[in-house]
Structure formats: structure tokens, C-alpha cells
Design a binder for this molecule. Structure first.
Ligand code: UDP
Length: 238
């Protein structure tokens, strides 16, 4: 269904979205394809900012399970998101798209620190702002960072790019009878523990009335299609 009110959006890219068919890391072609999605959406008149994950490189929780100190492991995870942010920036700039990376953990030789008002200004100038280092705090995830930045940047919606075209009653890759929800309420997602985003991210979106749109980022041109109300997705809202 067309959602013309979604003008400014935050795109959440998990680290896996940059991995392609690899088991680990960044696949250049995949990063380039994701950048093309962003460029197309921008060309269609939407304002975008991006939060990148780091799970393709390092996950704090997984490392903690193997004996790492959790907080240190989480900082390593946040550093991984900075690598991904630079990869997305690079891919976008190859396409001639103006970008800025802002990190929640200041790294002044590499990128800007996160400054909300400056990020707003970049967006007003038509730049794609890529937010790195999650929230800057251990024990959080980049899903929560995405919800937080979406609220701070006054985004109309949070678009979560995944490898399926929405939220299903069961895993569509394993169960042929699984059906896709067109819409879901935040409360239902939380009470049924549906795997959309972390509960804390869902709660931030619910409390700030920011719909979450789950869509397939792997299909070419799909971000712009879903924004134009032509592609399939699941919308979670109040
Ligand atoms: N992380 C963190 N605080 C944050 C965001 C991320 O500590 O605010 C760490 C955490 O260890 C996480 C890793 O960074 O496992 C990578 O982020 P995430 O797992 O959210 O990436 P994604 O699953 O989206 O690729």
C-alpha cells in the first residue's frame, strides 16, 4: 500500500546484508548493490540515513559465550560496525552519492563524531548519513541504535532490510505454509516474541510512533519499490 507520508527514513542494514554468499566479512559487490538501493531511493525523492550492524565481523554476545569479557567484546562489535560503515560510505561515493559517517564512539581521524544537529544538517543538504558504533554502549545492539537514531532524526519510518520480504507466521525458508503478515501491531510483536527486531528497539519505535517496515534488501530495486508502495513488506505500527 502506498505510504507517501514516509519521506525521511532510517535504513537498518545488518552486517549480514553486506556479506553476500560469504560466511564472514564484506563482499564488495554486495556492498555496491546495497549502495545502489540507497541511491535509487534517494533519487526517488526520499531522505535517508543508515545504521549498520557488525554481525558479519564480530558479535559481542557470541564472543562472551566463548569466555570474552562481555563489555570488551561489545566494544569490538561496535568497532566492526565502523568498518561496515566505511564500506557502505565507499560504495556510495563510488556512485557519486555524498555521504558522512558519524560514529557514536569518537574516532576523529576516521569519521565525524555523532552530533545530532550536524547529522540533521547533512540530511537537509541531501547527504546520506551513516551512523556507526551503534549506541556507543555495550549491552545494546544496532537494532536499538537504529530505533534511537530514527527517533532522534525524526524519521517517518525505520526500514529493516533483511533476506525475506516481511514477517511470516513461520520461517518461510523451512515451512512452505508460512504466511506473510501485511501489518502487525507493536504489542503483538512484543507479546508473541516475533523476530522483527530486538524487544528494546521495538519498544522505542512503539513509544515514538515510528513504524518498522521489514522488507527484502536482496531484491534489486526493492527499497525504492517498497517506499513507493509497490513491493511486499510487513509494516509494524501502533
Ligand atoms: N554493539 C554494542 N552496542 C551497540 C551496538 C552494537 O555493544 O549499541 C555490539 C554488540 O556486541 C553487537 C555488535 O556490536 O553484537 C554488532 O552489532 P549487531 O549484532 O547489532 O549487528 P547486526 O546483527 O545488525 O549485524
Amino acid at each position: 500500500m502506498p505510504r507517501p507520508e514516509f519521506k525521511r527514513i532510517l535504513l537498518k542494514l545488518s552486517g549480514e546484508a553486506l556479506m553476500g554468499d560469504q560466511q564472514f566479512g564484506i563482499e564488495t559487490e554486495t556492498a555496491q548493490r546495497v549502495a545502489e538501493e540507497i541511491k535509487l531511493a534517494q533519487a526517488a525523492g526520499y531522505e535517508l540515513c543508515v545504521v549498520v550492524g557488525g554481525g558479519n565481523i564480530f558479535r559481542g554476545l557470541a564472543a562472551a559465550d566463548q569466555g570474552f569479557d562481555r563489555a570488551s567484546a561489545d566494544y569490538m562489535g561496535m568497532l566492526a560496525t565502523v568498518m561496515n560503515a566505511l564500506a557502505v560510505q565507499n560504495a556510495l561515493e563510488k556512485l557519486g552519492v555524498d555521504t558522512r559517517v558519524q560514529s557514536a564512539i569518537p574516532m576523529s581521524s576516521i569519521c565525524e563524531p555523532y552530533i545530532r544537529r550536524r547529522a540533521m544538517r547533512h540530511m537537509e543538504k541531501g547527504r546520506i548519513v551513516i551512523f556507526a558504533a551503534g549506541t556507543g554502549n555495550p549491552f545494546f545492539t544496532t537494532d536499538t541504535a537504529a530505533a534511537l537514531r530514527a527517533a532522534e532524526m525524526q524519521c517517518d519510518a525505520l526500514f529493516k532490510g533483511t533476506s525475506v520480504d516481511g514477517v511470516y507466521t513461520a520461517d518461510p525458508k523451512k515451512d512452505a505454509a508460512a504466511e506473510r503478515y501485511d501489518t502487525l501491531s507493536f504489542d503483538r510483536v512484543l507479546s508473541d516474541n516475533l523476530k522483527v527486531m530486538d524487544a528494546s528497539a521495538v519498544a522505542v519505535c512503539r513509544d515514538n510512533d515510528i513504524p518498522i517496515v521489514v522488507f527484502n534488501i536482496r531484491e534489486q530495486g526493492n527499497l525504492a519499490r517498497v517506499l513507493n508502495g509497490e513491493g511486499t513488506s510487513t509494516i509494524v505500527e501502533n
